[in-house]
Every structure is written in structure tokens, then in C-alpha cells.
Design a protein around this ligand. Structure first.
Ligand SMILES: *Cc1c(COP(=O)(O)O)cnc(C)c1O
Length: 499
């Protein structure tokens, strides 16, 4: 059976269920499959399957302690027409030169929905498998996007609650409306008087407060996070790499067995790592092109083998990629060092203490399939305009980093491999920047919700159902709290539930 290890200690073996409930290993390492070479998907067997059937086959291989019934239950609740605005769950848009995999058909119109819609159900089954009786309360600090995706993913999910904290007046109007119009009586959000760092620090303090956690345990509650390093978020992302490959075969864009390239707008390195696992388990992938914004740590890493976070943090128009420590990269580091936990620990120690590490020549050679590219703010805006004018297709600011990486790579290399660009958000999620990149008429609209309608008027691209007329939906009152009231708010929420 497939077990999991920590990237920092190979001596211990864990079941998938344990890893999903735990999230991060106690030694601060990340959970990785102990021997992925045992998994080789039969492409012939998979090629005609629907998205949900593919998800079943792939998750079954990676989660061997889940029963078939459990997996079917998770998939049925996650991938359906209520949660995704597409009968096939995801869709492909083909241009004459390349294809775009649209990962934004979920309720928060960004790619995190794909994993966060199934995580609550995986968590419930994992809990059952481990015999854990406590109720799980998920705490998340958000600068806008992840929080909403967690609220939406967990709304009405069994035996869990979600509490989201966001900076008061620190999120866009669309993000605020998304959170305040959230349905479900097991999810709630608080606006914290402070910035995002204050909010995140507050959540970390709650997690680290032993007394508080013991008090909650007596009440039958354990705290958890829906963090992107959880294997329960990583594994569901492998599915769409296979899905898009088979779509291309069906549409005659490639022949069965051909290798293809993927371009992935990257932040925490979760999405692209799922592509690496897809390749390891049998998908014919040539290059994985890692697209960054001005926070170009990964670009430098793929160029020279040195990861250096000692540089200014830049706020860009692609905020979900504004990251200087790409947590999931630790998993790749572990694998390219022949699954060596000692080397990985020592590199991560360097990162913590010095802010950088350098990998060996030998392991650097194993990064051959990765290409790093990055975009300036100007590149992003030009990419949006260029893609719209050339292909009549509207992309968001994150996907723009991918589009720019693709055009750069194709211009500089003689590689004719067919390419899929992963589109990580709907252009309507970042309407203002998308609008301003294309239309330079100097008109100003009051906020991003206004821009959404203006962008629609100008382009006729349909606004996703999930946000159309959002300002007219019934909304809850915003709950504003002081920084030092976060713990109390958690307790109040739990006590209210007990009644
Ligand atoms: C989270 C996110 C990314 C980055 O994905 P990672 O898995 O963190 O690399 C890219 N684009 C959008 C829109 C996102 O929300």
C-alpha cells in the first residue's frame, strides 16, 4: 500500500487519512508519497472517462485507505453542476496555436475551487477512517481569495465549521460581497481591524495557544487549517492535467501518446507540482513552464539552482502569486534529491536561517523538465491586451503571467510541442486591471464591481453566474472586531453552536 513520509523524516510512515487530518508533519516537513514509482496510470484505460471518473481512478491510487464508497461520496459532493458552472466540471478553450484549460468554473471563479470543493469531504472520511469523533473547525486568515474559497468549499459540509478572518477594509468590494453573501450556517467571517499580517499572526497565535486548544478539545473541537500544503488539496489537482490531455486527444489537437507542455501561473507551487506528479505517474509531459510575476524567486531558482527569498516583496496586479516562500517547492526538492530527508531538512534549515539555499549540481540536472519565466507588471498588462486582440480571448492578471511565459518561451526556443495554458482565474475576478489593460479610454469607475459590468459591456464575454448581480443578493452584516478579539470570536462562535 502507498504510505506517506514527511520530507524531513523518512523513518515514519503515515496513512493518507492521517496526512489529510494533520496537514503538516510535526517536524514541519510536508507529506509526500513514500514511493510514487508504484503508481503508473494506464492512459488507455483512462482516456474516455468523464471528469468524475478520472478523479475516482486517480484519487484511488493516491488514497488507498479510502474505500470506493468514500471516494464516490467525496467526488459526488464536490464535482457537480451545483458547484461548477460546466457540465464537464472544467472546460478547454482552443485557440489556433495553443489551448487554455479554464479552471475557474467553480463558485469563487478561481482554480482553488477545484481542490477546496472536495477537501471537506476528504477530511470527513479521513476522520472516520481514524476514528476521530471531534468536530473540526477550520481557521483561515485571508487577504480575500482563499477565505472565500474555503467558505464556499466548506459551506454545508458535514461535521466541520469554517471561520475566516480578513483585514477590515483590506479586501476588494467584490471579495467582500462574496464573503457576505455566503450561504451555509457552519461558516462565518470576521473583519479584523488591522492589516493582513495582523490577521495572519492572530490566527497563528490561536493555533499555538496550548491552553486554548485544550479548552476546545474538552468541548469536542479540534482546530485545523485548509492550507494549500495539505495533500487533500494537492492530489485533486493532478486530475485536471490528465483531463486536459484527453480532451486534446478527443479534439484531434494531439495524437494519443504525444507529449505536451503545460504553462502554470505559480505562487505556492502547488498547482505545478500536481503537474509534476501527473508526469511521474505516466502523463506524457515534455515541459512544465513555471510562470511568476515580479516576485521571481522561482525564475531565479530554475535558472541557477539557488532559492533566495532575500529580496523586496512586491505587490502586483496578480496578488495570488505574490509569494516569496513557495512552500510546495519543498516536495520537489525532496524528490530531485532522490527522496533524501536529511538533505531536504538541511536545505530548509538554510532557508529559515539564511533566507536562501543552493541545491547540488546533480539534483539541479533533474530540473530539466521545468522552465522558469516571469513577467513585469507591464508584461502582464500587455499580455492581457495581446491575447484579447490576437485570440479574442479574455484572460485575468494571473493567467497573463502564463500567457507571457508561453509567448516568450515559444519565441526563444525551437519547441513545437503543443501547449496547454492553465487559466487560474476568471477575468471577472480582476475586472479593473483587465479592463485597464485593454481599454485606455481614461474613464474611471467606482470599484471592481462596476468594472465587471463595464468589461462585460465592452467585450460581451459572459459574467460567471457566481458573481453576476452579486450586489443584489441578500447579504449578512459585516462583523468587525478588534485585533485582540479574534480568540474570543472563535470561542463565542463555538459556544453559540453548542446551544
Ligand atoms: C493560488 C493562485 C495561483 C497560484 O497557485 P499555486 O498553487 O499557489 O502555485 C495562481 N493564480 C490564482 C488566481 C490563484 O488563486
Amino acid at each position: 500500500m502507498l504510505y506517506y513520509n514527511s520530507t524531513r523524516n523518512k523513518d515514519k510512515y503515515y496513512t493518507p487519512s492521517y496526512c489529510i487530518v494533520k496537514g503538516l508533519s510535526e517536524d514541519s516537513g510536508l507529506f509526500v508519497p513514500s514511493d510514487i514509482s508504484g503508481i503508473k496510470f494506464d492512459l488507455n484505460y483512462l482516456k474516455d472517462k468523464k471528469y468524475t471518473e478520472l478523479a475516482f481512478e486517480i484519487l484511488k491510487a493516491f488514497l488507498p485507505d479510502f474505500s470506493n464508497e468514500q471516494l464516490k461520496y467525496c467526488i459526488k459532493n464536490a464535482y457537480n453542476s451545483d458547484k461548477f458552472e460546466n457540465d464537464n466540471i472544467l472546460s478547454m478553450h482552443n485557440t489556433e496555436d495553443f489551448s487554455i484549460l479554464e479552471l475557474f468554473t467553480g463558485r469563487t471563479i478561481a482554480f482553488k475551487d477545484v481542490a477546496l470543493s472536495i477537501l471537506p469531504y476528504l477530511l470527513k472520511c479521513a476522520k472516520d477512517n481514524l476514528g476521530i469523533k471531534e468536530r473540526i473547525v477550520i481557521l483561515t486568515a485571508t487577504s480575500g481569495d482563499t477565505g472565500k474559497a474555503a467558505l464556499e468549499g466548506f459551506a454545508s459540509a458535514p461535521e466541520t465549521d469554517v471561520i475566516v478572518f480578513y483585514p477590515y477594509r483590506g479586501v476588494s468590494r467584490l471579495q467582500l460581497l462574496q464573503m457576505l453573501t455566503q450561504k451555509g450556517d457552519n461558516v462565518t467571517s470576521f473583519a479584523v481591524k488591522g492589516n493582513f499580517d495582523d490577521t495572519q499572526t492572530g490566527v497563528k497565535e490561536i493555533f499555538n495557544d496550548k491552553n486554548f486548544n485544550e479548552l476546545l478539545k474538552e468541548k469536542g473541537i479540534i482546530l485545523s487549517s485548509a492550507n494549500s500544503i495539505n495533500i487533500g488539496r494537492l492530489l485533486p489537482q493532478i486530475v485536471y492535467y490528465f483531463f486536459s490531455y484527453f480532451e486534446l486527444v478527443k479534439e484531434g489537437k494531439i495524437s494519443f501518446g504525444d507529449k505536451i507542455n503545460f504553462v502554470v501561473p505559480t505562487g505556492n507551487f502547488g498547482d505545478i507540482l500536481a503537474g509534476y506528479y501527473a508526469k511521474q505517474t505516466g502523463l506524457p509531459i515534455n515541459k512544465l513552464i513555471c510562470a511568476s510575476n515580479e516576485n521571481n524567486v522561482l525564475y531565479d531558482f530554475f535558472k541557477g539552482g539557488k532559492y533566495n527569498k532575500n529580496r523586496p516583496f512586491k505587490k502586483t496586479i496578480a496578488p495570488s502569486m505574490d509569494i516569496l516562500i513557495s512552500s510546495n517547492l519543498e516536495r520537489l526538492i525532496y524528490h530531485i534529491n532522490n527522496d533524501d530527508d536529511k538533505i531536504t531538512s538541511s536545505l530548509m534549515k538554510d532557508l529559515k536561517e539564511k533566507g536562501y539555499y543552493k541545491i547540488s549540481e546533480e539534483s539541479y540536472k533533474k530540473l530539466d523538465e521545468f522552465i522558469g519565466e516571469y513577467s513585469s507588471e507591464d508584461d502582464l498588462r500587455k499580455a492581457i491586451k495581446d491575447c484579447y486582440e490576437k485570440y479574442n480571448y479574455l484572460i485575468d492578471t494571473h493567467t497573463a503571467a502564463g500567457y507571457n511565459a508561453y509567448t516568450k518561451y515559444v519565441n526563444e526556443n525551437d519547441d513545437k510541442t503543443y501547449t496547454v495554458l492553465l487559466s487560474t482565474a476568471s477575468p471577472y475576478k480582476f475586472s479593473k486591471d483587465v479592463y485597464k489593460s485593454i481599454f485606455t479610454d481614461n474613464t474611471d469607475f467606482s470599484d471592481d464591481v462596476e468594472y465587471m459590468y463595464e468589461l462585460n459591456k465592452k467585450t460581451n464575454v459572459a459574467i460567471p453566474k457566481a458573481v453576476n448581480k452579486i450586489e443584489t443578493l441578500k447579504r449578512k452584516e459585516e462583523k468587525v472586531i478588534e485585533k485582540d478579539m479574534m480568540k474570543k470570536s472563535v470561542l463565542d462562535y463555538i459556544e453559540r453552536k453548542e446551544k
